[in-house]
Design a protein around this ligand. Sequence first.
Ligand code: FO1
Length: 313
Amino acid sequence: MITILAGGTGAAKFVRGLSEIVPPEEITIISNTGDDCVVWSLHVSPDLDTIMYLLAGLLDEERGWGVKGDTFTCLQAMKRYDEPTWFQLGDRDLATHIQRTKWLHEGLMLSEVTACLCRSLGVRARILPMSNDRVETRIYTPHGALSFQEFFVRERWSSEVTGVEFHGGQRALASPGVIEAIRESDGVVIAPSNPITSVGPILSVKGIRPALVDTPARVIAISPIVGGQAVSGPAGKLMEALGYKVSALGVTQIYRDFLDVLIIDEHDAALSPEIERLGVRVTVANTIMHDLAAKVDLAKTAMECLRTDWGRK
Ligand code: FO1
């Protein structure tokens, strides 16, 4: 069993490659829910849905979110009611949010709802929300706090960032199966996701970070920072705002207490000695996943890192 900590488009690309070489029944994905939002009274879980759609063969892989070939007729109609339409929900995607919201109102937990949605869509890998409790990523700016989607989509991450909070994280309990997956896996992979706002909320949930520190499984991560820049999105901006170096070294600092191996890009090979001085082994590979072959190659590298005999933890 391989457990992946995932959030956003980088994770989806990695899981796409992994799904070509590991049977779905052997994959558990622990997904960020700090980006969840309520749109038109519907509960939207973007990172859960991205992985779910990917594994169901429904994801718009070019955009990195939503359902491929979706239409936006409802969104256009909502404009006539002066409802906010900056967060674009497609018509087919809406069915997922309507169903999720219905089941949540009927009293199911988010993890149960996710399992039901996955079953309906034929997803055989296990997708677990990090928590059934609400953990909300808040981005602080000089003009006040924004939710993650306000910062990321509405403001196109242009606001100055003065802080990040995972509101509710310390009280939140890991959802059923999360701690066991980390403890009992053959390996744990932190996907090449934003370490602050995709992986950070997962690590904020009570018990998850200690489980990563204690697990007998090897824990590896793939750096989402290449050549001093995020491969996509605001990871660099957020790392800088929180005082980390925008480099694979900064990624190491964030994960250092539980990380065994960091996969860094070929462009960053020169950082290897400094990273290894922090007690983390390094593997150098092409981490830019432009096509399916590159996604599969990176997944194979990650699986080799889990298998290589580097001695015990
Ligand atoms: N990202 C955008 O950049 N613009 C959107 O309008 C947008 C809508 C959207 C709807 C459903 C969904 O599941 C994801 C959506 N995303 C959109 C992506 C989302 O903001 C990000 O993938 C994550 O929250 C970051 O991991």
